[in-house]
Design a protein around this ligand. Structure first.
Ligand code: HEC
Length: 112
């Protein structure tokens, strides 16, 4: 019984190692590889709050999520920013939620 269990564990380890080795992206010798990401293609309009908005809203997705939306009123943008924090776990301190909402509402919303 013990031998069968050990054989099963051994076989699955060998199989996993082979599967990982077959994956070209997996580096077996521990050497480093680098990839070059494309430069961010969207930059926001200059104004108060732009840098904070750019850095927080670009963590998970492109900033074109902001620039390609309709011109929403401020309350709607506040709802979007709050959803990013509460639903998706965006690490945005409360103090910055207002700054970001004001910025987006002003430059990509109805302004009020
Ligand atoms: C923690 C990750 C994360 C961060 C940070 C983040 N978002 Fe999102 N966002 C998401 C996810 C997940 C979705 C929904 C899936 C998708 O469409 O890619 C989304 C979708 C959106 C959408 C599409 C409409 C909607 O309501 O789903 C908008 C607009 C948006 N985000 C704006 C923002 C803004 C503005 C910020 C900065 C305040 C921000 N996001 C920061 C994760 C994030």
């Amino acid at each position: 019984m013990k031998t069968t269990i050990l054989l099963c564990i051994g076989a699955s380890l060998v199989y996993t190692t082979m599967a990982l080795a077959a994956d070209k992206g997996f580096v077996m010798d521990g050497s480093k590889r680098t990839i070059v990401l494309p430069a961010p293609s969207v930059s926001l309009i200059d104004g108060p709050g732009r840098d904070i908005t750019s850095s927080y809203c670009n963590i998970c997705h492109s900033l074109d999520y902001i620039t390609t939306q309709q011109k929403f009123p401020k309350t709607r943008w506040h709802g979007v920013v709050t959803k990013m924090v509460k639903t998706y776990g965006a690490p945005i301190p409360e103090v910055n939620v207002g700054i970001i909402t004001d910025y987006i509402a002003t430059y990509y919303g109805t302004g009020k």
